[in-house]
Design a protein around this ligand. Structure first.
Ligand code: NAP
Ligand code: G4F
Length: 332
């Protein structure tokens, strides 16, 4: 049987690397799009590039329409996964136009290219729980109203509807995975979980004295990226294209995440103070501090997702819990 061909935009990111591994295991030929950068940005996929004849990298950029068209014409993919994004919510407050160009128009460029070149190509859009923003729903699902709180969230809402519209108007197999936060040892260093794990490890080994964070009371539904990319693939194998929430349905605060990591490192934290003066002490010394610098003008304070639809229709549920996640982040 002929191998399926996948084209991944955002292959050098956390999810792109795990998804590539999964697709290669499933006998796909995988083509990934990397951006030109002044520093090497392929460290998450170098092991595949050097060792696997079915893995290929190409230069491209979702802000560059012609590069998208040329790649699709050359590679003739069966499936396109659009994971490319300026994916940092706080950064989107500082570079809103660039964020919208990549995260909103980038998806539209790919969808339009599919429409022009071959409407049989399947499309996956990396949608996000940030689209829900601040909501009064205790548990968010596919029916929850969007109320984004950043240009990142707004751009993802645009891409969500663009995907849905190309499905409805142009009969393209186009789906949205509405993924809640998912982490791993490959997580970007400026996201809060990775920052906490790396920061506390450095404190424990004496390489650093303190870790400075922002909103400790923000609540997230954190899963493992390896579990979540499996859901992306499952979503693309369905008979009909649709939109699915992928989450763990368990939520904890940033502060609790600090405590869980600290406990595994035998760091006994005592909290004192309130607001910007709140500090975490270890052996009488402040090792966790709070700074305004890491707060957002508007934050999403609470996220917890229901994966009921995914469980029922695609047979997906999370396998790796927060304990596994922290151990994997600490040990790799
Ligand atoms: P990530 O590690 O930040 O990866 C983002 C990828 O997009 C990187 O490969 C990056 O390339 C690439 N990229 C950025 N700008 C691009 C451009 N203009 N053209 C082409 N590629 C570009 O993010 P992730 O955690 O793997 O997330 C994957 C996708 O899922 C993103 O769209 C993100 O917004 C979305 N998402 C993530 C989560 C989560 O919790 N992780 C949850 C929901 C949705 P460089 O390596 O060169 O920077
Ligand atoms: O780790 P974060 O930066 O992730 P955030 O904003 O939830 O976004 C991630 O998940 C989304 C899915 O919901 C993705 F779409 C998006 O691409 C990205 O992967 O922040 C999590 C929470 C926030 O409330 C933030 O204010 O942690 C809080 N926080 C507290 N101190 C901090 C810090 N966040 C960061 N990055 N750095 C801090 O020092």
């Amino acid at each position: 049987m002929k191998s399926k061909v996948a084209l991944i935009f955002g292959v050098t990111g956390q999810d792109g690397s795990y998804l590539s591994e999964l697709l290669l295991k499933n006998k796909y030929k995988v083509h990934g799009v990397k951006r030109r950068s002044s520093l090497i940005n392929t460290k998450r996929v170098d092991h595949l590039f050097y060792d696997n004849k079915n893995f290929h990298l190409h230069y491209g950029d979702v802000t560059d329409t012609l590069s998208i068209i040329n790649l699709i014409k050359k590679i003739k993919p069966d499936e396109i996964y659009n994971l490319a994004a300026q994916s940092h919510v706080k950064v989107s407050f500082e570079i809103p136009l660039y964020t919208a160009d990549v995260d909103a128009l980038g998806s539209l460029r790919i969808l339009e290219a599919i429409k022009l070149i071959d409407k049989k190509i399947k499309y996956y859009q990396a949608s996000s729980s940030e689209m829900f923003g601040n909501t009064d729903k205790k548990i968010q699902d596919e029916k929850t109203k969007f109320n984004p709180q950043s240009v990142y969230g707004i751009s993802k809402v645009f891409s969500f509807y663009a995907t849905k519209n190309y499905r409805d108007a142009h009969d393209i197999f186009a789906c949205n995975g509405i993924l809640f936060n998912h982490e791993s040892s490959r997580r970007g260093e400026t996201f809060v979980t990775k920052k906490i794990v790396d920061g506390l490890k450095k404190i424990k080994s004496g390489k650093s004295k303190k870790l400075v964070l922002g909103n400790l009371y923000s609540i997230r539904d954190w899963g493992h990226a390896k579990d979540f990319v499996y859901a992306m693939w499952k979503i693309m194998q369905m008979k009909k294209s649709d939109d699915y929430v992928i989450s763990t349905n368990k939520q904890i605060s940033v502060k609790k995440f600090v405590e869980l990591v600290a406990k595994k490192l035998d760091i006994d934290i005592k909290w004192r103070g309130k607001g910007l003066n709140e500090k975490g002490y270890y052996k009488g010394r402040p090792i966790i501090e709070v700074s305004k610098k890491y707060f957002r003008p508007t934050d999403v304070n609470y996220l917890r997702g229901s994966y009921k639809k995914a469980k029922k229709l695609i047979g997906w549920k999370p396998k790796l819990d927060i304990n596994y996640l922290i151990d994997e982040m600490l040990n790799n």
